[in-house]
Structures are given as structure tokens and as C-alpha cells.
Design a protein around this ligand. Structure first.
Ligand code: ADP
Length: 270
């Protein structure tokens, strides 16, 4: 009977709709939990430097007659405030990336140039530890993306490689392209990452060793920013490591063959 068939069909559709709604709510709940977790983490990360700033300000006040102590406290005040600035900047960056509104404008970019800028930004840090930054290849690859974001991503990998390398170490930075994919690899001969932590280092605020990371001034956000930036550009980031021997981080991105291709993809020309 036609009306019964119709009723059954409506009932089925109704059930499917309710199931979809339920799934949606579960996802909404999960996202809500992730957000709450993130905020709790941020508060936790900010507590220590904020408390230090308060204590140091008091200490400066009490040491007013002893210039040497004032200088020491003032220098630590400046360190803590840099740390606060760094955490705040990275949180803002990550929040924008997660809200998918970070990529302001895309342009056709020369990958080697991006890598060169990121290396230059790290030269002072590297020479402070007598570390050699060796650019291994030139890919002449082009990507369609946000220049500033991509520079930050490569910068973070190079800065980590320096932070977790011994004095006098060597860091290899290479670009390559094949089968429509471009790669940027950063290889160090540093302390390495235990296998069980390798997948987790891309999580926000995750640090393999809290004490070690705090010593290097790390925020635990650098690799989360790399991961989100790579994904925002249709790519990914992966890590390989041997404890005590070193690590390799590789960002992979889709190659933009030409400006015309990019325009075909519906994006604006640079
Ligand atoms: P951080 O600011 O603490 O370096 P990241 O998100 O950049 O935060 O990295 C997360 C953690 O991964 C670091 O705390 C560190 O333990 C580990 N890590 C990252 N890069 C390297 C590397 N090149 N060698 C060894 N450990 C690394």
C-alpha cells in the first residue's frame, strides 16, 4: 500500500536524521572538551611566568641598594616577560589556525626562498652553539600558500633542531620534489625522541621532558603550529628519530605546478 511505504520511508529518514543529530552533538561535545582542555593548559602554562614576574619585581624593589642583584633580577624579569610574550603569540597563532581563518592570502611561493628566510632567522641562535646549518638541496619547487605561516613552520623545525642539538652539531635542511609533492626536511644529530613520544610531540603543550624543554625556553606549541600549518596547506608533517642519535622532521605539501594551475584551483593569482 502506497501510504504505508511512504510512512516507512519517512520513519527511516527521521531515524537517520536523529542519528546524524546525535553524531553532531557528540562531535560538538568532543570539540568543547578539547577547547576547555586547551584553556586549562594555557592557564597552567601562564601561571609560572606570571608568578615569577611578581616575585622578581618584589625582589628588585628589596634589592634597591645592591646594583649587582638588581641587574640579575632585572635580567630574569626580562626573560620571563619574553617567555610570556612567546606563549601569548603562539597561542594566538594556534587559535587562528584552528579556527581556519589563519590563511589570510595565498600566493605562489618559492619554497627555497621560504627555507632560506627561516634559516637566516636562526643563524644567531645556531652560531651561539657553533652549530652548522647546511642547506643540502635546491628544489626550485613552488607551493601555493601563506608565506608568513610557512616561514614560521620551517623556522620552528630549525629552532627545535638547534635547541635539542649539542654544541658544535650539524643540522641538514633539504628541499625536494617528486610526484606533485614537495618536501622540506630538517635533520639534526641531537638528543632524539623516545619512540613512544614520537606521535605525541605534535600535540599542544606536549613536551618529552618538561625540565629539558623549560630549560630551552620551549612552549610546547611549536610543533602543533607546524602540524596545523601543514594541514591548512593540504599537507602533513612527520617525524623520525633515534634516541641519542638525532631526529628528522619532514613537512610535505602539494606542489603548485604553475600560477595557471593555482588559478584553475579557484584561488587568486599573486
Ligand atoms: P618546545 O617549544 O617545547 O620545543 P615543540 O612543540 O616545538 O615544543 O616540541 C615538543 C617537544 O618535542 C619538545 O618539548 C621536545 O621534547 C621534542 N622535540 C621537538 N623537536 C625536537 C628535536 N629536533 N629533537 C629532540 N626533541 C625534539
Amino acid at each position: 500500500d502506497a501510504s504505508v511505504t511512504l510512512l516507512v520511508r519517512v520513519a527511516r529518514l527521521g531515524t537517520r536524521f536523529v542519528l546524524l543529530l546525535a553524531e553532531d552533538r557528540t562531535e560538538a561535545k568532543r570539540l568543547d572538551a578539547v577547547r576547555r582542555d586547551f584553556i586549562a593548559n594555557i592557564s597552567h602554562e601562564l601561571k609560572t611566568p606570571i608568578a615569577s614576574v611578581g616575585l622578581l619585581a618584589e625582589a628588585v624593589d628589596q634589592a634597591a641598594d645592591e646594583p649587582e642583584r638588581v641587574r640579575r633580577f632585572a635580567s630574569r624579569l626580562s626573560e620571563e616577560s619574553s617567555r610570556l610574550a612567546r606563549i601569548t603569540n603562539e597561542v594566538i597563532q594556534l587559535t587562528r589556525l584552528q579556527a581556519n581563518d589563519a590563511v589570510a592570502e595565498r600566493a605562489l611561493l618559492d619554497l627555497d626562498e621560504i627555507v632560506a628566510v627561516a634559516i637566516d632567522q636562526n643563524r644567531v641562535l645556531a652560531s651561539g652553539k657553533r652549530i652548522e646549518l647546511a642547506l643540502r638541496t635546491r628544489s626550485k619547487a613552488r607551493v601555493w600558500g601563506d608565506r608568513e605561516l610557512l616561514i614560521v613552520a620551517v623556522h620552528n623545525l630549525v629552532a627545535n633542531a638547534i635547541a635539542y642539538s649539542p654544541e658544535g652539531g650539524r643540522i641538514g635542511i633539504g628541499t625536494a620534489r617528486r610526484d606533485g609533492i614537495v618536501e622540506i626536511s630538517v635533520t639534526d644529530q641531537g638528543i632524539g625522541i623516545p619512540e613512544e613520544d614520537l606521535d605525541r610531540v605534535f600535540e599542544r603543550f606536549y613536551r618529552v621532558d618538561q625540565a629539558r624543554s623549560r630549560h630551552t625556553g620551549g612552549t610546547g606549541l611549536g610543533l602543533a603550529i607546524v602540524k596545523h600549518t601543514a594541514e591548512e596547506h593540504g599537507g602533513d608533517v612527520r617525524a623520525w628519530s633515534t634516541l641519542g642519535r638525532g631526529s628528522t622532521f619532514t613537512i610535505r605539501l602539494p606542489e603548485a605546478a604553475s600560477a595557471a594551475d593555482a588559478a584553475d584551483a579557484g584561488a587568486e593569482r599573486p
